[in-house]
Design a protein. Structure first.
Length: 94
């Protein structure tokens, strides 16, 4: 019986280590994640299909929200937008 308890204890500790590594990986990848981007008309800020940005007639707008087909609260400058994630600090939006 003593040998069975030792094997169970070893299994539990490796489960804790693996679970902790998963949490750490999630934190690391969330900090480096890209902000949301939408293709918009740079003058009117109306949402456009993604192919418009690939053709060069639209521009990507990072972060913010979409309301009534227009975007607000983000930036055309990707580096000016906060990136989400647990424990991450951003530079602010604008």
């Amino acid at each position: 019986m003593a040998g069975g308890k030792k094997a169970t204890r070893r299994l539990r500790s490796s489960t804790v280590v693996l679970g902790g590594m998963g949490v750490l990986a999630a934190v690391i990848t969330s900090c480096g994640s890209e902000p949301d981007k939408r293709c918009v008309d740079p003058l009117t800020r109306e949402k456009l299909p993604d192919y418009q940005c690939k053709k060069g007639t639209g521009s990507y707008y990072y972060g913010g929200t979409s309301k009534n087909g227009k975007v607000e609260g983000g930036s055309f400058n990707k580096s000016a937008v906060e990136r989400g994630g647990f424990g991450c600090s951003g530079t602010g939006g604008g």
